[in-house]
Design a binder for this molecule. Structure first.
Ligand code: SF4
Ligand code: SF4
Length: 139
């Protein structure tokens, strides 16, 4: 289910977008909102914010709202969006940078402890959740 996004922030091109550009290696301000990334995303129907809107929110410095979206965890890193972008923005890397930003937040107490999970629970988790959890433990 997708939610309506009202865009009115005056923070276009601020420190948050610079940070995500640095972590992802992508030029977010090149995005002109054609929507091709979202149109080809196989997980779009399950996202609360579509991939093109993720880029837009980053451009607008909407850090708090963006890092709280479920969509960045729904993305399965299939790279379809990367191949469709006419501006050669690698959206999947941007989303990975957002996940890294969330996981790098200090004083988190919600880290997934894979060793404590049953095989059934592990089997029910999205693969990206397991990958992200293991990455957190090794970084
Ligand atoms: S990498 Fe993520 S955002 Fe891009 S098309 Fe695949 S699931 Fe969608
Ligand atoms: S395909 Fe590229 S230019 Fe188009 S909305 Fe997505 S990120 Fe922006």
């Amino acid at each position: 289910m997708n939610t309506t996004l009202h865009i009115s922030s005056p923070r276009f091109g601020g420190t948050f977008v610079a940070k995500i550009e640095q972590v992802s290696g992508q030029k977010l301000l090149a995005c002109y909102q054609c929507g091709k990334c979202s149109a080809g995303c196989p997980m779009a129907a399950h996202m609360d914010v579509l991939p093109n809107r993720i880029i837009r929110m980053a451009q607008l410095g909407m850090e708090k709202q963006l890092l709280a979206t479920r969509a960045i965890w729904i993305c399965v890193s299939c790279m379809t969006c990367n191949s469709r972008c006419p501006k050669d923005i690698r959206i999947a890397e941007v989303i990975e940078a957002l996940r890294q930003t969330v996981l790098g937040t200090v004083n988190r107490d919600d880290q997934l402890k894979i060793q404590a999970l049953s095989p059934e629970a592990i089997g029910a988790l999205p693969p990206i959740a397991l990958i992200s959890a293991l990455r957190k433990q090794t970084s």
